[in-house]
Design a protein. Structure first.
Length: 210
């Protein structure tokens, strides 16, 4: 029952926002009384903690689970794998992109501070360092900003999925196909990472943005 209530809450938060969802609505979606919601989660704050810790955090862990920080994984393959994992987890958790946009990205989102405390900072830094090293040895375009690359990946995947309903409801605009979007994002990033022919390697200062 607790898992069912958490799943209903997460889905409603993605559809209506946290402030637009009441305990009564969550209980109704789960087919129980609101007293049952309070029994398992006490109050909304504890429910929001559970959404982040038990629903969103495992999704983040899955995305980074293929990242071997000590290995020599090709940076192009690493980026492709991160993209694939993002599409995998959002297919299994379709509520994630709209919830990310509503409650994490937006200023004032009620999950934002909770997520900031749980960001995988170490993985993000190691990922940026891996890309930076690949730029130094000349296998990734030095014009890219390594610290911004994962942010770009997230935006390319999550924003179209989060706004898919709005996009599809607009007159004359095509439906967003997940497989087509996956191919599109992969192709964009592959082209962006590739060192242009004839471009010389730019010396980089360790620890700098350039």
């Amino acid at each position: 029952m607790r898992e069912r209530l958490l799943a209903c809450a997460t889905q409603l938060f993605a559809e209506r926002g946290v402030t637009g969802t009441t305990m009564v609505q969550i209980a109704s979606a789960a087919g129980v009384t609101s007293a049952m919601v309070h029994y398992y989660f006490t109050n909304r704050e504890k429910l929001l903690d559970a959404v982040v810790d038990e629903s969103i955090a495992p999704a983040i862990a899955f995305v980074w689970s293929g990242f071997d920080s000590e290995g020599e994984q090709d940076p192009h393959a690493l980026v492709e794998d991160l993209v694939a994992r993002l599409f995998d987890v959002t297919a299994r958790m379709p509520w994630l992109p709209p919830l990310w946009l509503r409650e994490i990205v937006n200023e004032g989102g009620l999950l934002r501070e909770r997520m900031l405390r749980r960001l995988p900072i170490d993985q993000l830094r190691r990922f940026a360092a891996r890309i930076d090293e690949a730029q130094r040895v000349g296998v990734v375009d030095p014009a890219l900003e390594a610290p911004l690359l994962f942010m770009s990946i997230i935006a390319l995947v999550m924003l179209p999925l989060a706004t898919a309903r709005t996009w599809q409801s607009a007159l004359g605009l095509p439906k967003i196909d997940r497989e087509a979007l996956h191919r599109h994002v992969t192709a964009l990033l592959s082209a962006a990472l590739r060192v242009p022919p004839g471009k010389t390697k730019t010396p980089r200062v360790p620890g700098s943005a350039k």
